[in-house]
Design a binder for this molecule. Sequence first.
Ligand SMILES: Cc1cc2nc3c(=O)[nH]c(=O)nc-3n(C[C@H](O)[C@H](O)[C@H](O)COP(=O)(O)OP(=O)(O)OC[C@H]3O[C@@H](n4cnc5c(N)ncnc54)[C@H](O)[C@@H]3O)c2cc1C
Ligand SMILES: NC(=O)c1ccc[n+]([C@@H]2O[C@H](COP(=O)([O-])OP(=O)(O)OC[C@H]3O[C@@H](n4cnc5c(N)ncnc54)[C@H](O)[C@@H]3O)[C@@H](O)[C@H]2O)c1
Length: 487
Amino acid sequence: MTTTTDEYDVIVIGGGPAGENAAAYAIAGSSRTAAIVEHELVGGECSYWACMPSKALLRPAEVLGSARAMPGVRGLVGVGRLDVPAVLRRRDAVTHNHDDSGQVSWAESVGIEVIRGAGSLGGERTVLVTRPDGPTRTLRARSAVVLATGSTAALPPVPGLAAALPWTSRDATNLREVPARVAIIGGGVVATECANWMLALGVRELTLLVRGDALLASAEPFAGELVTRSLREAGASVRFGARLQSVERENPEDTGIGRVHGGPVTLVVDGEPLVVDEVIVAAGRVPATASLGLAEAGVVATGSGHVATDEHLTVAGIAGQWLYAVGDVNGRAPLTHMGKYQARVCGDVVAARAEGRDLDGPRFTAHADHDQVPQVVFTDPEVASVGRTEGRARADGLDVETVEVPIAVAGSSLARDDFTGRAKLVIDRTTDTLVGATFAGTEVAELVHAATVAVVGAVPMDTLWHAVPSYPTVSEVWLRLLEARRG
Ligand SMILES: Cc1cc2nc3c(=O)[nH]c(=O)nc-3n(C[C@H](O)[C@H](O)[C@H](O)COP(=O)(O)OP(=O)(O)OC[C@H]3O[C@@H](n4cnc5c(N)ncnc54)[C@H](O)[C@@H]3O)c2cc1C
Ligand SMILES: NC(=O)c1ccc[n+]([C@@H]2O[C@H](COP(=O)([O-])OP(=O)(O)OC[C@H]3O[C@@H](n4cnc5c(N)ncnc54)[C@H](O)[C@@H]3O)[C@@H](O)[C@H]2O)c1
């Protein structure tokens, strides 16, 4: 599509998964126009530096583990390690070698113009686009401006850490060489997944520095315990209550993404030195709002710096209902699928308002990104969950009961001889519906959607009794859970 107009119906700043979907939904089936302003790659963090490369690095070890657990196959794979260059080549194929032309073609095919440059707010319905090599361009939106700028890795204010040029998740997912000794700061999702692929790729000494007392602290406790045990069995040192006091590196050097950034690094942890070849910071994310001109536009950020939104994804406190925020930047549920969910709601809202329609009906209100969020952590074992944990439900004042069983059913024993895992349901006694579910085990990722349907649909437990799992599948754990509840 070629057009030189500087006026669009919808302008989206940030071309990650959330931004792409907001633009597409806002103009679908209409003659309205949309532009995405993107200063790096269309596809965003997820496609090139986060979800896609990380899962590409994790899957080969999972396949190898399954092969090793299966008589008749085990002998074929022997005791060999992964073919690291082949794994990295596949990772690069998955990220299209950082070529976003396929995503740009998709955008153009659905009527979205891609404008390269950094976007910022320049007043009501106005976006400024700056490029290092050209004049600032002014765009005007007839209907809506959507902020979808995502997030960046947080760097804890530890003395010497920034100067040591540590790896962030961008380096870890796009690694070009495997450091021999690695320390990971953090015990959340990025830290645990990253520990799994670093060990699989051949890191010799891996230390996780966790300031709290659990891995995956926001999940059910048994999930973090299983992941801790498995990492320790794989040779990692998991240090809880670790106090990182300072970092010092010999000859720090910006050698590029995924290459070791200089000489050995000495971390002082609880008064003791720890010497490694690379440090990976996995200590959460901060919203990418620094250069958006939010304050000038009158946008009040939350305490954590996120852009606060109402249930229609409209930015709070801005008159005229023209400014929206979706995805990581609003901090509601920083996951790709939840950002895309918000984007679908936002796009529908923008379209309805542009056409003068009322926002009647559930599709115009985002609610699943509060207490109904599904997530799969692709560790060994995988942790798949939805909704509230027991602890969270009780803290929210719900009267809940729980059932918890090992996942050892006919289907799982066929899937893998050494299948182990646990499953837990959190049930609201008042409504007799499921408000949370967690599965931890080998390849349990696909189990969680059934639980998501039950949670979002508020399916009564008596009705779930009639949802019969097929024999012999791992889903039979549902029957075990329901039987355990009947007593
Ligand atoms: C290592 C890692 C693994 C992850 N794995 C998963 C996973 O398996 N599943 C999952 O659901 N989530 C995962 N996540 C989270 C997921 O990556 C994010 O939730 C998701 O990318 C958010 O999408 P988004 O569109 O909001 O932002 P992003 O994907 O961050 O995209 C934002 C876009 O905006 C652009 N941008 C920013 N500022 C400007 C500006 N001023 N002007 C123009 N463009 C701008 C950026 O260049 C980027 O392209 C992972 C995160 C990490 C770090
Ligand atoms: N499979 C998936 O769904 C997936 C995979 C990776 C990332 N993500 C998402 O990406 C986001 C970022 O993940 P993450 O692991 O960076 O964040 P997180 O919030 O899951 O974990 C952050 C960890 O860093 C620790 N930490 C924070 N500040 C620290 C400090 N100053 N010093 C030491 N430790 C500190 C925390 O205690 C915690 O253990 C999350 O929203 C996550 O859900 C999702």
